[in-house]
Design a protein around this ligand. Structure first.
Ligand SMILES: O=C(O)C(=O)C[C@H](O)[C@@H](O)CO
Length: 257
């Protein structure tokens, strides 16, 4: 049995644009539902969603049947978390708060098997190798791992050119909310200075031959990001979709009292 082809990574390498959605409800049931919606990719959010390894594993399992590629966002770029998520079957990782080339280089080593990296070899037991059914997983897995790093503060932007020179980083996601906060505009990613920084970063990422990524629920911003070269573009979040529609429905009928 061959290692699964990472179709998301293949799309990014081909220069394709892929639309995604954040999945923060931390439920395999709602993740399975989101997997039927038609997005190219879904972020299982281990940073701001109430997720842990087991809940992320359950969501990976239900999304196996979906055409939406699961991207696992770890809460922090720690080696032990990365090895656990990869062995659980994640093929694409999104790592928040990357702000130096040294940090990015270590993340590449964390997702790469020896001799070129430090990923621990335990795939004989792992879901990622289909419990030893993928006998050559150790020599074929690296090519199907997609590493996305988040640059989302001023320190990260200052290190962006160095980060973009690192082989093994497949894409760079600009985090609007955290960047806005670090720029002194908490809650206002639409501030002109923040927008300018985001679009400049996306252009630089594209020019460096890496895949630029963004999350935007603001259509003009989404279109600007696409113009700037954004390739993996999240356009919503399950929590917001449910919360906003529930509030609107309640308001509609409460107003008839
Ligand atoms: O900084 C950002 O923006 C992101 O990284 C995305 C957020 O974490 C996401 O939870 C939406 O606010």
């Amino acid at each position: 049995m061959p290692v699964p082809i990472n179709t998301f990574k293949k799309s990014l390498s081909a220069g394709d644009t892929v639309f995604g959605c954040w999945v923060g409800l931390a439920s395999p049931f709602s993740a399975e539902l989101m997997g039927t919606a038609g997005f190219d990719w879904l972020v299982i959010d281990g940073e701001h969603g109430p997720n842990d390894l087991r809940s992320i594993l359950a969501q990976l399992q239900v999304l196996e049947a979906s055409d939406s590629h699961p991207v696992v966002r770890v809460p922090v770029g720690e080696t032990y978390l990365i090895k656990q998520m990869l062995d659980a079957g994640a093929q694409t990782l999104l790592v928040p708060m990357v702000e130096s080339a040294a940090q990015a280089r270590q993340l590449v080593r964390d997702v790469t098997y020896p001799p070129h990296g430090d990923r621990g070899v335990g795939y004989a037991l792992s879901r990622s190798a289909r419990f030893s059914q993928i006998s050559d997983y150790g020599t074929t897995a690296d090519a199907q791992i997609c590493l996305l790093v988040q640059v989302e503060n001023l320190k990260g932007l200052a290190a962006l050119d160095e980060i973009l020179e690192i082989d093994g980083i497949d894409g760079v996601f600009i985090g609007p909310a955290d960047l806005a906060a670090d720029m002194g505009h908490m809650g206002n990613a639409q501030h002109p200075d923040v927008q300018a920084a985001i679009m400049d970063a996306l252009r630089r990422i594209k020019a460096a031959g890496k895949a630029p990524g963004i999350l935007s629920t603001n259509d003009p911003m989404t279109l600007d990001a696409l113009d700037a070269g954004a390739q993996f573009v999240a356009v919503g979040a399950d929590v917001l979709l449910l919360s906003h529609s529930a509030q609107a429905l309640a308001k509609k009928w409460q107003s008839t009292k």
